[in-house]
Design a protein around this ligand. Sequence first.
Ligand code: 13P
Ligand code: SF4
Length: 311
Amino acid sequence: MTDDKFDAQEIRALLKERNAILLAHNYQRPEIQDIADLTGDSLDLSIKAAKTDADVIVFCGVRFMAETASIVSPDKTVLMPRRDAGCPMADMITPEALKARLAELGEMPVVTYVNSTASVKAHSTICCTSANAVAVVNSLAEDEILMTPDRNLCQYAASKSAKRIHCWDGYCPIHDQLSAEEVLNAKAAHPDALFMAHPECRPEVLALADAVLSTSGMLNFAKDSDNESFIVGTEEGLVYPLQKANPNKSFYRASESMVCEDMKRTTFGDVLRAITDMTCEVKVPEKVRKPAAKAVERMLQLSSLRSQLVE
Ligand code: 13P
Ligand code: SF4
């Protein structure tokens, strides 16, 4: 028996003993995805965190995801096996900078991508994810809004909405680096493949896409499509679940350099340690949690249909 196999059994046994569930983002290492109770995009995982009966949530992803779990499930213990797994885009905005921008623009609703800190969410009207950004923007009564922190997701939502949207100038370093030239090269190499792009990519890249989707959206699209090959315009971790769910289809990375180091930090050893010692707890203080929960819950109410899919 390999060590990994041994650890996986030990982890599953401990999860049961502690009445814990393990949630893993679609970019996590393959072996972490394989032992998870649920894998998904940010929206799937926040819905599951809000609805679970477990006493403990072990979150394998990055910090803003574990914080979101703590925001929607304050009575549960949320463990994040690698506390140093952050998101550079989430750090591109602070509550102070947001308040200063609103003072310049005048009061207006703030739509904040879940890839943000709890304290920025606490100063926002409503959250969104890559799966529901357009629906969230269009759900607001106001015609003028500020969207943070991802300029690419913001421009994409603006292209699908009649509203006047001010974009914060943040970006995901992994998605923003994908160039139109790389996509054109991949298309030339695989002319029959459909190109799926994440909305964190630049507008000129999204203009080349056959479909603009969240990570779980890509999994559904590839499964439902009659096409047999796909170019994947997101972090490389998604290729594993795509290939696993569609063994007879082919998936090509749009670029070899789309690797999020933060998403790859968590190992079996980290999970085992966290669940054995019940360490690495993430707890958002009530003063921040309460206003942040309003913004997240407004989004979750809009996404109630999706919630039925992850019961
Ligand atoms: P998804 O919500 O589409 O899975 O994206 C999360 C993320 O971090 C993208 O970089
Ligand atoms: Fe953040 Fe980009 Fe990594 Fe997603 S892929 S966690 S947005 S740095």
